[in-house]
Design a protein around this ligand. Sequence first.
Ligand SMILES: Nc1ncnc2c1ncn2[C@@H]1O[C@H](COP(=O)(O)OP(=O)(O)OP(=O)(O)O)[C@@H](O)[C@H]1O
Ligand SMILES: [Mg+2]
Length: 268
Amino acid sequence: MSADATPAVRLSGLRLDRGGRTILHDVSLEVPRGSITAVLGPSGSGKSTLLAALTGELPPAAGSVEVFGQRVPRRSRELLELRKSIGVLLQGNGLLTDLTVAENVALPLRTHTRLADPLVRRIVDFKLNAVGLRAAANAYPRELSGGMARRVALARALALDPPLMIYDEPLTGLDPIASGVIMSLIQRLNDTLGLTSIIVTHHVHETLPVTDQAVVIANGGLVFTGTPSELEATTDPLVRQFLRGEPDGPIAFDNTTFNSGTFRAEAA
Ligand SMILES: Nc1ncnc2c1ncn2[C@@H]1O[C@H](COP(=O)(O)OP(=O)(O)OP(=O)(O)O)[C@@H](O)[C@H]1O
Ligand SMILES: [Mg+2]
């Protein structure tokens, strides 16, 4: 098999534990290079936990995680190297408020490379241009709208040219127009820069149109893997319950946190 046929991410029989509890088990998944995969599922189902396994933040309790054909290392030095190839956009943006937009985007370059200043400035300019915010280079985060701040965080995640991008809830707190801008930007960047993208979200309807593969996590495991149209056509009651946002059905209410009968009796 040629190197390029290796999937960007391969999870095999993965089990992830947190706080002595199994959050996900028997997760097997391949994310093809160049594709966009949406990881969907109710709150608390383990979506962010799955991302933590990709970045090596959470080592597997069983099974394996491979990124570009390499097992995610446990040793911190090798892990640091791997993390340079993964761009992460976190829910809270994580912009530093006393730095300008340009300085925020330059941060990963200053931390992880020894590039000379003029080159750093050119790369920053290029990244800001890619998210349509070149004019905002000297603004401070407080001067930006929510959608603009998310785009700056996106430019920063792209600073080191990572071949794999991970988005955790990229639409949280954004109005429908800003959400549309972010989703089309994610798609355009994926295609023009030849990236592989994984989008974790519960915004099903905004996300599905740009995805190649959709997976649904519920009740401690993957309950669906397929194309968006297969997802929309599925008759699986568990997946249908999630897609329709129904409180009653095979997905237990906040199943992983409050699975004791007492709580549910009280909640009823
Ligand atoms: N650091 C931690 N220690 C112990 N348990 C944790 C930790 N982080 C998350 N959990 C638990 O793991 C489960 C999955 O959490 P996770 O954050 O992965 O869910 P999620 O699908 O991302 O939810 P959301 O949609 O709300 O972001 C939850 O029950 C949560 O309480
Ligand atoms: Mg989460």
